[in-house]
Design a protein around this ligand. Structure first.
Ligand code: PMP
Length: 974
């Protein structure tokens, strides 16, 4: 029989084989006695074979009778070839002894069966999110498959398949009648026709080889980390364009939750790294993705119409249509431009030049450029959120004397961004907006044809010359030049108010308009279509936007010690903050759930103003006599109960804790310190010594110096004693303290966070500190409360976390929140303990307690009071906790929610009984949350707690956004 030709046998119903028959075939033809489970397939009949233990032993495949023996032999040979060549796991013939690998099972016709090895690991469920790393792994697998098959050949590969994109135009033509809705049919036909036109022109330059033809989520198997590393189902093996292998893989990515064209870029880059794409292949790639998606839609509808019982075919219809819509969302040239940029193959950007000024009566020197970027001072204090921000700033510039004001071409405009958005907003300008101070005369910048039309809010005018089109839209009064051919310099109308100016390059494929603003993911592609209008106004070319996040990160790692780690593998470049939001230079606004330091919020104008005033007036050290150091010390001491009335001012939490240790040692004349496991207290020599967290230092527990004594972490969720049993931690710690005293090493102090921040925001067991403080005091030592993270109102119910335990420490350390990010720390203790420091000399910190630091401290306290932030932490925190607890009823991954107010930890576990920490999941969830616009990070010794300690001005709406995004990630994958 000759190899298959789809166009001669268009209908391919799945062979009707029952599970019973399948069991007989496996037993009688291959000697495999097995239990049978039917597997889905669009064209073949596939069955999973289980052994007596239930473990899979192989897969029985009964090929569609349309396929000949030689084709099946080619497929099995290719699978073995890829395994040998690239080490990619493939399903190869099981070859039971003495039995030919392929059996003809129907005497009357060619129905062939074979048993292939079963590959563990499972495919990638299309309903879930595909992370950039997994998308890249899919692209890499497709690339390696092509690399392996580059030298493979077999007589069974020359077949005519509907899946071979060389025939995609014909396939769509033959099968599109199955798309019953006329609008949808027209959309598929016209998208396929435009894509085919481009591909046909490139066809002669597209390299060919044998390809697998279906490297998709369905046909891969994954390693234990979920990364595709194996390939099954060689049924679409054919000779075709090599780039088709990638197009098919890329199209399959579009089926996943939240995927869009840009989601395929990591796969395309990974493929290119293994099997570099040539220029023609780059141009053909996205048109082929569109063609593949069209073929999949029409084939799916055809299959479900001829094979109504094929659930596999019918269930996929929605996602197939979604793939098509996502593939065609952008104009072909825009996505191709974007791919070119991603692969470093961008075309040189030649600016378009004018032969006459676009605005005859405007001197370039009188034009003021309006900087609306993320780093612009003009958008401080949340001004970017005002809907009339741009007009208002332009008016100000005009009032200050500008003849016209223009925005910046190709740059990000923060004014176009939004908070709480799960996709990136369109922030990159493809043209410029111009505000005139007085009416200006518009002229043709080059010879060409004029088009003009009145629009609802003004008019549109364009002049098309040989190199491109200039288009002006907005408050225009038109002269009567529409349809005319004009020479450069001809007056065309009057600019009476704000207008948009676009320079569109030729050729301008398709007739889709260029939006004024585009999303950063596609900016490079859209900007290929346009040119900088600056030249038309006599202005110098617009400077390039600031370096991107990847370039910055490389520069940072060259100059900045890398042991100072950064969040995220590919961190966004954050250059602005506002309230509970952090803003990247591409205009993406992230909800900041981790910045416990910025209690009053980012970019607070009251703080900026107060600091700026104090800097202009005085900044010096606390050996001078100025008022604010006394005022701030009084204010701080007043927040604490008696006898804590004496303040030291330093610059950080580490310094505060270090000083507390020295005070305790000075006051007691001893050197031993008792600390709890799972703790972090700082980076200085002494505070590092008492830090026991293995997340911060994997060797922490084995490398503590002899003067540090560690008591068990009083973790009531997953420590040795859980729930009510957690009451046992206190007597255990007391016994250790008493033991030390008995051995002649009574401790100078016991130090702990009074609410366990580093362990994930866990409340200490009731009565814990009361018992332990009593024991350490009984042994002549002091009680130190490290309030660096948990103090200052964050827990909502208490200003100081030790109040939750109903105790009063001897020494309190605070930092972080005190300065809202400005280096500021304090130790507050009794006069007597403070005085004991004199035995060590006198205390001086050059910047600690400086006028600027004290003003910062005072202003933060003022804002916390004035804006009732502790109260907000309580109400919004309680709301947030209740909503996450509700999520926990639906998502078993949430083991528990620790914390109080706006200090919370969501602990993720794989099993509610064993509490196996879900560390890999937590990391991946944080990555996806960032894609959805939320910054949240793992914490705890097992890195399985989502730490949630946002600025205390977090709104209920922001809390709800967080919950919605977490719900989405937990529901659709990470
Ligand atoms: N103590 C605790 C509980 C902390 O969380 C930290 C910082 N993470 C410190 C002390 C050290 O503070 P800093 O980083 O300001 O030195």
């Amino acid at each position: 029989m000759t190899p298959f030709d789809f166009f001669e046998s268009v209908e391919l119903p799945v062979p009707a084989i029952t599970s019973e028959q399948a069991r007989d075939i496996a037993a009688n033809r291959f000697g495999v006695d097995a239990q049978i489970t039917a597997l889905g397939s669009q064209q073949d009949a596939n069955f999973l074979l289980h052994g007596a233990s239930g473990a899979p032993v192989g897969v029985l495949k009964i090929a569609n009778p349309a396929f000949s023996l030689i084709e099946l032999e080619a497929q099995d040979a290719a699978a073995a070839f890829i395994l040998a060549g690239e080490g990619i796991r493939t399903a190869t013939n099981l070859e039971p002894k003495g039995v030919p690998p392929i059996a003809q099972i129907a005497e009357e016709g060619p129905l062939f069966a074979r048993v292939l090895t079963y590959l563990s690991g499972g495919s990638i469920d299309e309903n879930i999110f595909l992370s950039p790393a997994r998308a890249a792994a899919l692209g890499d697998l497709a690339g390696r498959t092509c690399r392996a098959l580059a030298t493979f050949d077999h007589p069974g590969v020359d077949r005519v398949l509907q899946w071979d994109l060389r025939h995609s135009n014909r396939t769509v033509e033959v099968l599109s009648p199955h798309v019953t809705l006329a609008l949808q049919r027209e959309a598929v036909e016209s998208a396929a026709a435009s894509a085919w036109q481009l591909v046909a022109d490139l066809a002669d330059d597209l390299p060919m080889q044998v390809i697998h033809g279906d490297v998709t989520g369905d046909n891969v198997v994954c390693d234990p980390g979920g990364m595709p590393d194996g390939l099954i189902d060689f049924g679409d093996l054919t000779r075709s364009w090599t780039v088709s292998e990638l197009a098919v893989a890329a199209a399959s990515i579009l089926r996943h939750d939240g995927a869009e064209a840009a989601t395929t870029i990591p796969a395309i880059k990974a493929f290119h790294a293994v099997r570099p794409l040539g220029p023609a292949e780059v141009e053909a790639l996205w048109p082929l993705v569109v063609l593949r998606s069209a073929v999949v839609v029409v084939s799916g509808l055809q299959q479900s119409s001829i094979d109504v019982d094929n659930a596999y075919a019918t269930d996929s219809l929605d996602s197939e249509w979604q793939t098509f819509e996502r593939a065609t969302e952008l104009p072909l040239d825009v996505m191709t431009g974007q791919i070119r940029h991603a692969l470093g193959m961008a075309r040189p950007d030649e600016p378009m030049t004018a032969h006459a000024p676009l605005i005859a009566d405007l001197d370039a020197h009188d034009i003021v450029a309006l900087d609306l970027s993320v780093e612009s001072d003009a958008v401080d204090a949340g001004a970017w959120l005002d809907t009339d921000c741009e007009d208002h700033l332009a008016d100000n510039a005009i009032t200050a004397g500008a003849a016209a004001v223009i925005t910046t071409f190709g740059h990000t405009q923060l004014t176009r961004s939004a908070t709480l958005s799960q996709t990136s907003p369109a922030t990159v300008a493809t043209g410029v907006q111009l505000w005139p101070a007085a009416p200006l005369t518009l002229a043709a910048p080059w010879s060409g044809t004029v088009e003009a039309a009145e629009t609802g809010d003004g008019a549109m005018l364009s002049v098309t010359g040989t190199t491109g089109t200039v288009q002006i839209r907005g408050r225009l009064r038109l002269d009567d030049s529409a349809g005319q051919s004009v020479t450069a310099g001809t007056a065309l109308g009057t600019i009476e108010g704000p207008v948009w100016i676009h320079c569109l390059r030729h050729p301008h494929p398709g007739n889709t308009a260029v939006p004024n603003f585009v999303r950063p993911e596609y900016a490079a592609g859209w900007l290929d279509r346009v040119s900088d209008p600056a030249a038309l106004l006599g202005l110098p070319p617009t400077p390039a936007p600031p370096e991107d996040s990847a370039t910055l990160r490389r520069r940072r790692s060259r100059a900045f010690a890398e042991v100072q780690e950064h969040y995220y593998e590919h961190p966004p470049r954050i250059e602005r903050g506002w309230r509970e939001h952090l803003i990247a230079t591409d205009g993406r606004v992230y909800l900041d759930m981790v910045n416990n330091v910025a209690v009053i919020g980012h970019g607070h104008p009251a703080l900026a103003d107060a600091v700026s005033r104090q800097w202009r007036r005085l900044n010096t050290n606390s050996r001078f006599n100025y008022g604010v150091v006394a005022t701030f010390s009084e204010r701080l001491a007043a927040t604490l109960p008696d006898p804590l009335d004496t303040v030291f001012l330093v610059n950080s939490g580490s310094e505060a804790d270090d000083l507390a240790l020295r005070l305790a040692m000075a006051a007691t004349g001893r050197h031993d310190i008792v600390a709890v496991a799972e703790a972090y207290h700082g980076w200085t020599y002494a505070t590092d010594a008492i830090s026991t967290s293995v997340a911060d230092n994997p060797n922490a527990l084995t490398s503590r110096p002899p003067w540090v004594h560690v008591v068990p972490s009083p973790n009531a969720f997953r420590g040795e004693h859980r729930g009510l049993d957690a009451a046992k931690y206190a007597p255990e710690a007391v016994a250790i303290i008493e033991g030390l005293a008995a051995q002649g090493h009574p401790p100078a102090a016991f130090i702990a966070e009074p609410y366990y921040g580093n362990a994930g925001g866990i409340a200490l067991p009731d009565g814990y500190l009361r018992a332990v403080y009593a024991a350490v005091r009984a042994a002549g030592g002091l009680a130190i409360a490290d309030e660096v993270q948990v103090g200052y109102g964050r827990t909502g119910r208490w200003f100081w976390a030790f109040q939750q335990q109903d105790v009063v420490p001897d020494i309190v350390c605070v930092a972080k929140a005190m300065g809202n990010g400005q280096p500021l720390g304090a130790v507050i203790t009794t006069r007597e303990i403070a005085e004991s420091y004199r035995t060590q000399g006198y205390f001086f910190s050059s910047a600690g307690g400086s006028p600027v630091s004290c003003v910062v401290g005072l202003t933060v306290l003022d804002v916390i009071e004035r804006e009732r932030l502790q109260e907000n932490a309580l109400t919004v925190g309680d709301h947030l906790k209740a909503r996450i607890l509700e999520l926990a009823t639906r998502h078993p991954l949430i083991g528990t929610v620790h914390g109080s107010g706006l200090y919370m930890g969501v602990e993720l576990v794989r099993d509610p009984t064993t509490l196996e920490p879900a560390a890999a999941e937590t990391a991946a969830i944080c990555e996806r949350m960032r894609e959805l616009g939320v910054i949240v990070q793992p914490t705890g010794d097992r890195s399985n707690v989502l730490k949630m300690k946002p600025p205390m001005c977090l709104t209920r709406e922001s809390a709800d956004f967080f919950v919605a995004m977490l719900d989405r990630v937990l529901s659709t994958g990470w």
